[in-house]
Design a protein around this ligand. Sequence first.
Ligand SMILES: C[S@@+](CC[C@H](N)C(=O)[O-])C[C@H]1O[C@@H](n2cnc3c(N)ncnc32)[C@H](O)[C@@H]1O
Length: 281
Amino acid sequence: MVETPFNNIKKLLSKTIPSELFDKIPDKWEKVGDVGIIKLPSNLENYSEIIGKNYAEILQCKTILNDVGGITGTYREPKTKIIFGPNNTETIHKENGIRFKLDPQKIMFSSGNMDERIRMATISNENETVVDLFAGIGYFTLPLAVHSKPKKIFACEINPVAYDYLCGNIVLNNVTNIVEPLKGDNKEVAPKNVANRVILGYFNDTYKFLGTAFECLINHTGIIHYHDKFPDDVVPNKPLKNIEEIAKKYKCEVELLKYKHVKSYAPGISHYVFDIGIDEK
Ligand SMILES: C[S@@+](CC[C@H](N)C(=O)[O-])C[C@H]1O[C@@H](n2cnc3c(N)ncnc32)[C@H](O)[C@@H]1O
């Protein structure tokens, strides 16, 4: 058998897990800092501790969490249960020269968004002001601040736990001179008429926040990065229509600069990002 982490996990579990359940052992996981997250099917729950112990050993994690409820709500909170290791799961995840401090029991971190975090790192420049309407712990704000060094980033976050990590991560990554964190609903706290670029990194009917994004732009002119999940067969027409409707209200023209499939969400439904140029008519 080829030496892969999954094959090594299976080898360790071969004497414990009954053969009829062996193919249910999860072959995917998230590793956030030194915390591992797996999704155990219910028929393996009786074996959760030994499974957790072996994942911890092979993935070099202190704690293994079982994803029991996905990521839900306005705050995009994960629902997990510890199956192995200590309860203190605060950790530092390193990626692309950035240090993201977070607790994966309270805050999501998606490996599926990594390419987009890396793309955002180089998308801006020193002449721009950026508004991140859904900053979280700094998923896009931090790579952008560290690698693109714009004049200023206003980072809005409504979840108090995520906001505290955002503030800590701004210090941890030495970007206090660039990033101004703003606590609260972006509809209330986002600054108006200041930005060349606005990021909407969210997917819960994100179109409801497009008006706020237009208002952040200087003279309703600039670029927005509009995320949401859509049935694959309506892309890019449906999201573009959402933008065009708002643009009409602001008497603006829109241009689809680029769109990108970020990750699959469910059969036939994916998370996309649309880069849209906006200009007053
Ligand atoms: C978790 S992030 C999305 C994931 C991120 N794009 C990534 O790359 O992994 C979305 C954040 O938006 C925040 N949020 C939701 N509604 C908001 C609002 N109205 N104003 C400000 N922040 C909001 C949530 O609390 C959450 O932290």
